[in-house]
Design a protein around this ligand. Structure first.
Ligand code: NAD
Length: 494
């Protein structure tokens, strides 16, 4: 059976459905870039919200922004499935639950339906615009945290603001229409893995708006809110060849199934300028300050992901759980978290960092999730400055052991060369790194890699010779002996 509205009345028994009436819902949320993570996280929470009385105005209108084959596929498949899809969640002990998520009642594809997207975003019924546009979508000038007004797409949008292309082009034009119509603004809710993601989104929107019209920027600054949020649920990509296997499990023909772990966490700063659904009723933590949660998550979970993924990929492994089965990698993560990260953090209220560490290692070891190392290694150029940069800066500042961090960076540099320890070639996915930047990893001077602009925020000063020497030594050793042999000695030397 194909998955669509008609199928909801006779779903296979293993597939649950919250059962609310989708015909009377209105999208109160427009979500830009409907990736797997959004579908497993925010849409899963809203799916439960919609099952509660009085929440008919909080369905999702999904928007595809990018002109890519994957997005064109979604643009056809989501409407065919009436916005429905299946989510399978797995616990570390292998138990699975399968459910239909019905929160997305409309899907629009910006490259073909630009005006419909703007109308939906400008509609008074739209009260939140949320984003999972990846770290790279925030359009920072390389090596800086600043919104890049010089980017070709941004230049094109500033010259012709009525025809937006990027997330921020759409948000600013929609807010302009709302101001002109006397409609209150929407809350802009970033759900990407960035530190201060709300602040980063605010900076992008205001910089873009100010370049067009300072009065519009002032109106946005004084009326629109951009809550910071911490998001967490490991959601691997679903390669096309996996779809049939997932469909066999759920018992329905879904062209876009999603899988994820059963763990989920969402902590949001409670600042919504135009109302919000009762997220706290479905397990979302609404708080005054997200910052300590965010730091703990990004520096512990996301950084551990990067620390394991580069050596794992070089060693020829494919998934996170495979990597965790290597005693050297597990030891690296434990030492990294205990010595390099936890001492630099303050535990948020109600959160014990030692427990958090244990839980995250158990989550990583979950074999049923099968999270791809290649998903985690990709876009290191945007990720590492956020995930690892502050920890390196702390260690250099405190004068503590930097060997594990130097090893992580050396593995990243080797990964950029696109060849693993068995001599197999692969293409690193690094949309934020130019060819000139990547070329620094190929210079005879092995320390040249640290001149890449992505390392600007790592606090590497001229006095950090020891650290630079460590990176160089690890690069030489990695070349000679491969990641696992080097790592074996590193973790044993503790
Ligand atoms: P995905 O590949 O399934 O989806 C990414 C989406 O972003 C796609 O729709 C893509 O077209 C779009 N996109 C790519 N570049 C863009 C750009 N420059 N502007 C606008 N849209 C762009 O990936 P995903 O797993 O859904 O992850 C998306 C983001 O969610 C991550 O980058 C991260 O910030 C956050 N996140 C993911 C996870 C996870 O486990 N997957 C966990 C926490 C947070």
């Amino acid at each position: 059976t194909d998955l669509n509205s008609a199928a909801l009345s006779h779903l296979p028994p293993q597939l649950s459905w919250a059962g609310y009436d989708r015909d009377h819902l209105t999208p109160g949320v427009v979500h830009l870039s409907v990736g797997n993570f959004h579908r497993a996280h925010q849409a899963w929470y809203l799916n439960q919200v919609l099952a509660q009385p009085g929440h008919e105005g909080w369905a999702i209108c999904g928007v595809g922004l990018m002109d890519t084959p994957a997005e064109r596929f979604k643009a056809r498949a989501f409407p065919e499935q009436d916005g429905l899809y299946t989510l399978s969640r797995f616990s570390p002990n292998g138990a699975a639950t399968h459910e239909v998520i019905g929160a997305m009642t409309e899907y629009l594809y910006a490259p073909e339906q630009m005006e419909a997207v703007l109308e939906r975003m400008a509609a008074p019924t739209t009260r939140i615009v949320s984003l999972t546009i990846t770290e790279g979508g925030y359009n920072h000038a390389p090596g800086t945290g600043n919104y890049n007004l010089e980017a070709p797409v941004t230049q094109q949008e500033l010259a012709d603001p009525a025809h937006p292309l990027s997330a921020f082009g759409f948000i600013v034009e929609a807010l302009r229409r709302r101001q002109a119509a006397g409609t209150p603004p929407f809350t802009v809710l970033s759900c990407d893995n960035l530190r201060h993601n709300g602040r980063v989104a605010r900076d992008a929107v205001l910089t873009h708006a100010r370049a067009l019209d300072p009065a519009l920027a002032d109106w946005i600054a004084s009326t629109t809110t951009f809550p910071n949020g911490m998001v967490d649920r490991i959601t691997p990509g679903v390669p096309p060849e996996e779809v049939a296997r997932l469909d066999a499990m759920t018992g329905i023909d879904d062209k876009l199934p999603v899988i994820a772990e059963d763990f989920g966490q969402w902590v949001i700063e409670d600042r919504f300028c135009n109302g919000r659904p009762s997220l706290e009723e479905v397990g979302v933590q609404m708080v005054g300050d997200v910052h300590p949660y965010e730091l703990a998550k990004v520096r512990m979970l996301n950084a551990s992901h990067s620390m394991l993924a580069y050596p794992g990929l070089l060693a020829g492994l494919e998934t996170v759980s495979e990597a965790l089965q290597q005693p050297e990698i597990r030891a690296l993560l434990e030492q990294f978290l205990d010595r390099d990260v936890i001492p630099t953090l303050q535990a948020p209220a109600g959160m014990d960092l030692e427990t958090y560490k244990q839980v995250l290692l158990a989550r990583f070891a979950n074999p049923t999730v099968g999270d791809q190392l290649s998903r985690i290694t990709g876009d290191g150029g945007s990720k590492l400055p956020t995930f690892l940069g502050p920890t390196v800066a702390h260690a250099l500042h405190r004068g503590t052991d930097t060997r594990r961090l130097a090893f992580g960076i050396a593995c990243f540099a080797r990964y950029l060369l696109g060849i693993d320890d068995k001599g197999r070639h692969f293409t690193p996915f690094e949309p934020q790194l130019s060819e000139e930047q990547i070329a620094l990893t190929r210079e005879a001077d092995l320390s040249a890699v640290l001149r890449m602009s992505m390392f600007h925020d790592f606090g590497l000063g001229t006095g950090d010779h020891d650290f630079i020497e460590q990176v160089v030594a690890f690069r030489l050793d990695l070349r000679k002996r491969g990641a696992m042999a080097v790592l074996h000695d590193l973790v044993a030397s503790e």
